[in-house]
Ligand binder design. Structure first.
Ligand code: CDM
Ligand code: ATP
Length: 303
């Protein structure tokens, strides 16, 4: 297979031949750091769910292997040589003999390096497209292995449903969640995941806390909120220490009417607000956009 490349949009086969997958934003509703493993990765326990906001990955199986970038976020990735879509392709190619690979077009809508796993979601979408077009079962072990080799958040994005995520990101247990209105706010300040973990100052092999597992399901929003109140995002203090301006993002969300919970996702800098329904979320988003038109603000649903 020729080496896949990243390139500006080009003409390719007609739309009828194209396939597509959504690549939804991953939200860490809670995120406990339990310690640091001997291999350097941190041991996590995180309640994860997926938002209505997404990138979109189109695929032309007959096209030349590679990736074209489109959409409002394309420019932020244009000089990125190691796109996670291409990394996932390489990892699956290394595991599946004779894997046929075509051309991807990424419609980039989610902010980059923002704690909502956009790149991981894109990588998972690429794996799903390759599985569909190569006759691999979605639960083929090689899919999971390629996902984990691509990044810690890629397995959960491949899974794509609300779950408890543990370990480095490889242990996933389904959790039933009721629906919330959701507002995502990103101040367009990229935050490097590695720097936030490093700020915790844990040495390999160090344990720092234990947490009780969440229930396997929540019947009501009140139950979810009660659970989350005692389970913050442990990466929020180090992210705020690195980027004190994140305080304004949390404060703006906390000031919106009818907000039930405000928290950072992943390693930041995206914060989210939970609301009872999407109308309350839409109202809140409007207020934030009016105050900070320079921020990325998205009103959607989760659960
Ligand atoms: C913070 C989260 O977004 C929570 O879902 C993820 O744990 C991060 O997942 P990710 O961005 O896919 O992370 P990777 O690309 O695998 O790793 C990026 C950096 O974060 C560190 N990292 C990541 C995951 C983890 N459990 N422990 C870590 O210490 C890695 O050492 C690496 O330096
Ligand atoms: N398709 C992609 N979309 C976004 N970022 C990508 C992509 N490919 C590679 N990257 C690079 O991956 C890194 C992480 O990007 P991403 O947007 O997934 O971060 P994140 O939202 O903080 O993820 P996480 O929540 O998993 O930590 C950035 O350095 C970015 O340049």
């Amino acid at each position: 297979m020729p080496h896949p490349t990243t390139a500006a949009p080009t003409a390719s086969s007609p739309p009828a031949a194209r396939l597509a997958e959504r690549a939804p934003a991953k939200i860490n509703l809670s995120l406990a750091v339990l310690g640091r493993r001997a291999d350097g990765y941190h041991e996590l326990s995180s309640l994860v769910a997926f938002a209505g906001a997404a990138d979109r990955l189109a695929y032309d199986p007959a096209g030349a292997p590679g990736l074209d970038l489109a959409g409002p976020g394309a420019a932020t990735l244009a000089v990125e040589p190691d796109n996670l879509v291409l990394k996932a392709v390489r990892e699956l190619t290394a595991r599946v003999e004779g894997l046929a690979v075509g051309r991807f077009t990424l419609d980039k809508r989610l902010p980059v390096s923002s704690g909502i796993g956009g790149g991981s979601a894109d990588a998972a979408a690429a794996l799903r497209l390759l599985a569909r077009t190569n006759g691999l079962a979605p639960d083929d072990r090689r899919m999971f292995e390629a996902a984990l080799a691509t990044g810690s958040d890629v397995p959960v994005c491949l899974y794509g449903r609300a779950c408890l995520m543990r370990g480095r990101g490889e242990a996933l247990t389904p959790v039933a969640l009721p629906r919330f209105g959701l507002v995502l706010v990103n101040p367009r300040i990229p935050v490097a995941t590695a720097a936030v973990f490093r700020q915790l100052g844990l040495v390999p092999g160090e344990r720092c806390r234990s947490v009780p597992p969440p229930p396997t399901g929540f019947a009501t929003r009140a139950e979810v909120l009660a659970f989350l109140t005692g389970m913050p995002n442990d990466l929020e203090p180090p992210a705020r220490a690195l980027e004190p301006s994140l305080g304004e993002v949390a404060d703006r969300l906390a000031g919106t009417p009818a907000v039930r919970l405000v928290r950072m996702s992943g390693s930041g800098a995206t914060f989210f607000g939970l609301y009872d329904d999407c109308r309350a979320a839409a109202r809140a988003a409007k207020l934030i956009v009016a105050a900070r038109p320079d921020w990325w603000v998205k009103s959607t649903i989760i659960g």
